[in-house]
Design a protein around this ligand. Sequence first.
Ligand code: PMP
Length: 405
Amino acid sequence: MIMDVKAIRDDFPILGRTVYGKPLVYLDNAATTQKPRCVVEAISEAYYSVNANVHRGVHFLSQQATQLHESSRETTRKFINARSTNEIVFTRGTTESINLVASVFAQSQLHQGDEVIVSVMEHHSNIVPWQLQAQHYGFVLKVIPMNDQGELRLDEYQRLFTPRTRLVAVVHVSNVLGTINPIQTIISIAHAHQVPVLVDGAQSVPHLPIDVQALDADFYAFSAHKMYGPTGVGVLYGKEKWLDVLPPYQGGGEMISHVSFKHTTFNELPFKFEAGTPDYIGTHALACAIDYLLHIGMDNIAASEHALAEYATQQLTDIEGLRIFGTSPQKGAVLSFQVGGIHHFDLGTLLDHMGIAVRTGHHCAEPLMRRLGIEGTVRASFAFYNTFSEVDALTDAIRRIVRMF
Ligand code: PMP
């Protein structure tokens, strides 16, 4: 299918706006994506017509809201090909999904001297939750290094395993380098050591077809707002065999079966991990975003973003003094770069004044910046609604800025 980008862009009203009198060129999709009309309208329609608290009500509206919320769980299950809706836990985002696992896994499985493997290219969201638990339970973090292209060193990874290794937590697609890690291989190596794997899927689920069963991931975390859905909603996929044995994360309504002052029993999966009123309108909007993505087709999305990224890489590489960080052939549509001696913040600010939204800084990956020997980069990250002429606008603007300097 050839994508009709013009028609797609019409679904995203914000893409038609101007900033500083210039047409907006939105290249900050790794931070958050824009929302199609159907997602925004689904939110107001749900509030207007089916708003009632879920799960607890006998009344018509509550049952309808519950049905909508639970059918969103099924839509999400199908989207990542989980075995059962028991394995789909709704959270507030990738960060909360990882904190959930770090907290309950540490509490029940990790002891003084145990080891958890992460990688040098992790987002802070997949480092700090482990550090917080490590301080309490006394386990240690070991770090998979990478080569200069921004690829994880699988030989070194294999050498990190010891009889004390309990979990591997690694990102699928780097939000800085764009590297698509060989996650299936990473998982099968861990499984050969009987070690489970948590995958940070924040930057993969919006861009690639994901099949958690084919990957054999034990946990897979992602955020709705990075996949054209609402803010404040996320997903934790967890294999039932793990979610069954792990203790609850937070206490409150919905996650219990019976409560007394002497003894409380917990609800079945997935509700055991969902304390309090869930964002049932948000989960409905997430399901609408998934339907929208499926309508375009994940393979089409991956192919069109790949073409954009290839073109952008080619165009940027032609600019004298421009250096791209992350040059693996296995790359998503994320480009981090520096230009000559221009500070990334200055470059980002000047681009902004030309209507081009990019991100600057360490991108919540300070250990990675340290590995690269830099303080920050400018990052352009693409979505299927971006165009080749927007890539041209970016490269023309950078050339103008270089001339100014
Ligand atoms: N992991 C990665 C790789 C990310 O890019 C991000 C968002 N920048 C996160 C985790 C955290 O996502 P959220 O803020 O939606 O929880």
